[in-house]
Design a protein around this ligand. Sequence first.
Ligand SMILES: [Zn+2]
Length: 260
Amino acid sequence: MKRKEFILNLLYSVVPMILIIPLSIWALSQMSKGAYDCFFVMGTSMEPYLSGSENQSTYGYSDNSDKAIDNLKRFDLVICYYPFEGQNDYEMPYNRYKPILTETATLKVKRVIGLPGDKLTIDNENFSITDKNGITENYNEENCPFKRKTPIENRKADVKKLEDNEYFVMGDNWTKNGSLDCCNPSAKATKYEVLYRENIQGVIFKLEGNCTYGPLKHCKSCKKVVDDDVKECSCGSTKFLVYNDIIEKRPYEDGPIYIK
Ligand SMILES: [Zn+2]
């Protein structure tokens, strides 16, 4: 009996350790990778689904882990940079194996339309996707699984075959100048572009609500928000930056990320 109790006690103490230690290490590694980000939307490229005006900015959370990006499904929302010429997100010429962000790089939110292996045919408001198993789905205004902002004015007819690691992303705002995306990387471009996996920063998994944002004066040194007329921050710095930040319902103290 004593021996049985001893073994049971040992099991109760050892088994949780065996489970807890790897879980903690995993959780820590996820945290140090910055696995989750809080974002808020600035800009209209994802209208009508997401709002990005000063008075109504959608905010939520993204999962930046490799696992989330590996498990991307069609029509998921991703946060990404663009490798397109003229977008100033990466140093040019763009090297997809070693992309280097510029100081002016800005994150964007887009919807994943095409996954690796897909063939996409886009003809103004209608599009069809043949997946890697050869199954074709046709989407028009009525059966499109997400609501787009139309009229479509800048979606020229084109066919795109996606290779491994290539994605096709678009904003839901399909009006002229609505969304800069794989369909319309720049006014001069004649062909569709693709987004490489290396450009995807995270996958949106939760929308929390709406907040307001506006231009606020930040201390360049300690990053604190100060009043407009302050000449010297309490930390002693006299250098300031003005940029958009959440004013109300600030969901996350230490730096939400801003997406367009
Ligand atoms: Zn300061």
